[in-house]
Design a protein around this ligand. Structure first.
Ligand code: HEC
Ligand code: HEC
Ligand code: HEC
Ligand code: HEC
Ligand code: HEC
Ligand code: HEC
Length: 618
């Protein structure tokens, strides 16, 4: 088997599996394949496709700057490939973005509805503009293949330098504004990653690692197509980048030191361990391998240095996006389907990359795989009139077959339950009431409770009994919007946010009368501003506005009434047993419906209704 075919087959398999998940996501909705929720809305697609993708595509603008502006001719042969790589990097990020937007069909909104206070606004404009620039920079290459559009091609080639300038400008703008975005979420980042310098660090790391990504890509494709690499030029590029890597590393460490967080690096927590791993991969290993003259020209150190730097950068962006380090807050683990979508977008991009390398003159010649497709028909010997050898399947046939089969497998492995989307999944098969049964599963770990909403509503026609509070401007908030954490109490009021200029921006005296002690009882009542916060018929008696955990909220509500009814209704004495609600496939975790022996680790967290804490103010 030749390398190219094996490699492409793997990519086609992943693409097929992912395409099934992707199609499900667009046909049925995000909840059908993803574990993201309102508490953790940015998942693996942001952490592994969008942020690292854009940073790694930084090679495009850095290389064009080096070649066309600094005039370093020796890298000229890498110009086209670096633009192609950047273009595909951005396409990857854009695809992932559209996939993970809740309402993808509104993706054009930033073009019409301007919100110039938002870093995301800047990012989306820059990404759109830069994609266009990259497209215009690259399109002369495929146009070389046809005799048409020569005027367009000549025009674009002539004014290339304008595009190069535009590209550099837009890139620098938005690489840094991607970093700025995190400045507004200090509570989501671990202190080792959070700093006011994030915009600068984002830009520096993109400049540093972009070209290294190019080196890695060249090494990989040279391997596949069995071409020789020009190690010396690559090593020189590596040295150039390592100056930037060094700058990045120093800025980051000095910033950590200046903010007095240095001790955190060695505090032995797992976050500090990840930090050390990240810095070693991204900074230390590449610096050693590129810094020592004896090492740098060998293929293997180029391989190790570039792989390590690229993985390090990926880890860094994923950490910032909160995939690896969701600090103490609600947890999120991506589903296998999210991972597949993530990988398949990358695989598809690599396939397009390989396609371009084979079909267009990215290098001095097209890089055809010598054995690819040539032998799809056996030789015919005219003298003896026999076919020699057995026919080999054409690449196209093999890949189509692989893709179709993995697409089918992809669809087959998506569990039916997942299709009923949302944090609350509707369960189809439930007595006569059909679709009115909710599958309550706040943390979407598939340990949940089938709750016959309709039957309960019919019995206790008051909605307020359970829906005791709403989010502002909302008529019927899901419980998870305030009972945000599965096991911990969370703040449902956000006092400081109300007073903060970046929040609701209300002055203290609007809620606290002057010369009065500042307490809940003296503060302006919530419903004087929020008419919908309290549903009609409900009263609010809270003091600290700390909402109990999701599990507790459910238990306090459901179990209290069930206990009461178990006494009242003669034939329903089992209503309060755990197994009444926790049925289905998880019953075995409950030993005879008794409450004190639980095998499942989750049970360590549970405050059972018996130990119900008294909330101040009640
Ligand atoms: C009246 C119904 C009801 C009864 C009785 C009940 N629970 Fe629950 N319990 C729920 C609901 C609803 C949830 C939220 C489910 C979810 O979001 O995953 C829950 C959540 C849990 C969770 C967290 C599940 C997770 O996914 O982490 C645990 C553990 C738990 N219950 C244990 C118990 C135990 C132990 C008992 C018996 C003492 C019990 N429950 C009795 C309704 C009930
Ligand atoms: C016995 C308690 C209870 C009563 C009574 C009740 N609900 Fe609910 N309702 C729930 C729970 C629990 C959920 C879902 C849990 C979550 O959001 O995490 C829910 C969810 C909902 C949802 C979202 C469902 C979805 O498919 O997304 C709506 C809408 C709703 N309730 C409306 C009502 C209305 C209207 C009434 C009164 C006619 C009512 N509920 C009465 C407990 C109740
Ligand atoms: C707008 C925010 C909000 C929403 C939506 C909300 N809750 Fe609450 N909930 C709170 C707050 C705040 C408290 C704490 C109140 C207190 O201290 O008594 C609370 C307390 C509770 C309690 C415990 C009360 C007690 O006596 O200790 C239960 C039970 C409860 N919620 C159930 C639910 C259920 C079920 C839903 C969805 C049907 C829901 N909540 C929706 C904010 C909310
Ligand atoms: C939206 C209304 C609102 C605004 C604006 C507001 N407060 Fe409060 N404040 C409250 C409520 C309600 C409480 C009681 C609940 C709590 O402690 O969270 C409170 C509690 C307090 C407390 C007592 C805290 C405690 O733990 O007992 C202090 C002190 C206070 N506020 C100061 C301020 C100051 C200073 C500002 C302006 C920067 C401010 N508040 C703005 C509503 C408000
Ligand atoms: C002086 C008026 C005022 C008072 C009093 C007030 N709020 Fe607000 N609140 C606002 C404004 C303004 C906003 C932002 C606009 C909006 O979402 O409606 C807001 C937003 C919120 C939000 C949404 C936060 C978010 O992240 O989007 C919640 C939850 C909330 N308030 C809860 C409360 C609770 C609970 C109380 C009572 C302790 C309260 N508010 C008292 C004015 C007030
Ligand atoms: C106001 C009281 C009340 C509340 C609150 C309540 N239930 Fe119930 N529930 C009942 C009663 C009464 C029944 C028994 C109905 C019957 O079978 O006659 C019942 C039945 C059930 C059943 C079916 C049990 C069986 O043996 O058939 C489940 C499951 C259930 N409830 C879950 C929940 C969950 C989950 C919640 C919280 C979200 C909840 N209930 C909240 C009163 C309540």
């Amino acid at each position: 088997m030749d390398r190219a075919r094996v490699f492409k087959s793997i990519l086609w398999t992943i693409s097929g599996l992912g395409a099934a998940a992707l199609a499900t996501r667009f046909l049925i909705g995000l909840g059908s394949i993803a574990n993201m929720n309102d508490a953790v809305p940015w998942g693996i697609w942001k952490g592994f496709n969008i942020f690292p993708g854009i940073a790694l595509a930084g090679g495009g603008f850095v290389m064009t700057a080096i070649i066309y502006i600094m005039g370093r001719e020796e890298y000229h042969k890498y110009a086209k490939v670096s633009v192609l790589l950047a273009f595909l990097g951005y396409i990857t990020a854009a695809t992932a973005l559209v996939t993970e937007l809740g309402l993808p069909w509104f993706v054009w909104h930033p073009i019409i509805y301007w919100q110039h206070h938002s870093p995301l606004f800047e990012v989306s404009w820059c990404v759109m503009l830069y994609l266009t620039v990259l497209f215009l920079e690259f399109v002369p290459v495929p146009l070389e293949e046809t005799s048409r559009f020569t005027k367009v091609r000549k025009f674009l080639t002539k004014y290339k330098i304008v595009l190069v300038f535009l590209g550099i400008m837009i890139s620098t703008l938005h690489q840094s504004s991607l970093g700025s975005m995190w400045l507004i979420t200090p509570e989501k980042l671990h202190p080792l990653w959070y700093t006011q310098l994030l915009p600068i660090l984002f830009l520096l790391s993109a400049i540093a690692i972009g070209p290294i990504m190019l080196i890695l890509a060249i090494l990989v494709i040279s391997r596949i197509y069995r071409r020789k690499t020009d190690n010396q030029t690559l090593a020189r590029l590596g040295v150039l980048s390592s100056f930037m890597v060094l700058t990045y590393g120093l800025v980051r460490l000095i910033d950590i030191g200046a903010n007095g967080k240095f001790a955190m690096i060695f505090d032995g927590s797992w976050q500090s361990a990840i930090f050390i791993v990240e810095m070693s991969l991204m900074v230390i290993i590449p610096l050693i391998l590129m810094g020592i003259r004896k090492l740098r020209n060998s293929s293997s150190s180029l391989w190790v240095a570039s792989l390590s730097a690229v993985i390090g950068l990926g880890l860094d962006r994923a950490n910032i996006a909160g995939v690896m380090l969701s600090v103490d807050g609600p947890r999120y683990t991506p589903t296998i389907f999210e991972v597949l979508v993530s990988l398949s977008i990358i695989s598809a991009a690599i396939l397009v990359f390989l396609f371009c390398i084979e079909r267009f003159k990215i290098w001095d010649s097209k890089w055809e795989d010598p054995r690819e497709d040539k032998k799809s028909r056996p030789d015919f010997d005219r003298s003896s009139e026999v076919w020699l050898g057995t026919p080999r399947l054409a690449g196209r046939t093999v890949y189509t077959l692989i893709f179709v089969i993995s697409l089918a497998v992809g669809f087959a492995i998506i569990p039916g339950k997942r299709i009923y989307s949302g944090g609350i999944q509707k369960v189809a098969s439930q007595k006569s009431l059909g679709g009115d049964t909710l599958f309550i599963d706040g943390n979407r770990d598939n340990y949940g409770v089938n709750f016959d909403h309709k039957a309960h509503v019919i019995r206790d026609s008051s909605c307020v009994l359970c829906h005791h509070m709403n989010q502002p401007n909302d008529k019927q908030s899901g419980c998870y919007t305030c009972h945000l954490d599965m096991y911990q109490r969370t703040d449902a009021f956000k006092h400081d946010w109300h007073a903060n200029p970046t929040g609701a921006n209300i002055s203290c005296t609007e809620c606290h009368a002057v010369d009065q002690e500042r307490l809940a009882s003296t503060a302006k009542a919530c419903d004087q501003c929020h008419k919908d916060l309290i549903p009609p018929g409900a009263t609010i008696t809270v003091d600290k506005y700390m909402a109990p955990s999701y599990t507790d909220a459910m238990h306090f509500l459901c179990v209290d009434c069930h206990k009461q009814k178990a006494v009242e209704l003669a034939d329903k004495s089992n209503l309060a047993l755990c197994a009444t609600c926790h049925t289905s496939e998880h019953t075995d975790h409950f030993v005879d419906g008794v409450t004190d022996k639980y095998k499942h680790p989750y049970f360590n967290h549970v405050v059972l209704p018996e130990n119900r804490p008294t909330v101040e103010g009640h």
